[in-house]
Design a protein around this ligand. Structure first.
Ligand code: SF4
Length: 81
């Protein structure tokens, strides 16, 4: 697993509203996803979320359902390797 978390220093969500990345049930993820799309470390963030199995919140512009799918797919790939 990649343990380099230096990308966090440039995380745009840290300069906006980090709570927006954890919307309550029925809440909207749209503002968080918009922030992610403008974030300079989006790729590193998403890769971290997948490798670390971050199943909650919006990471790298990806919502929880899609993130869980990506995590499962990565684990299946690793199990097959
Ligand atoms: S991609 Fe989104 S969640 Fe990740 S660091 Fe950037 S703003 Fe935060």
């Amino acid at each position: 697993m990649n343990t380099d978390l230096s990308w966090r220093a440039d995380a745009l969500c840290a300069q906006t509203d980090p709570e927006a990345h954890y919307p309550e049930a029925g809440g909207t993820a749209a503002p968080a996803k918009r922030t992610c799309m403008a974030c300079p470390v989006r790729r590193a963030c998403l890769e971290h979320a997948i490798t670390a199995g971050e199943e909650y919140g919006i990471w790298g512009g990806v919502g929880q359902q899609e993130l869980r799918r990506l995590i499962r797919a990565r684990r299946a790939e690793q199990a097959a390797a």
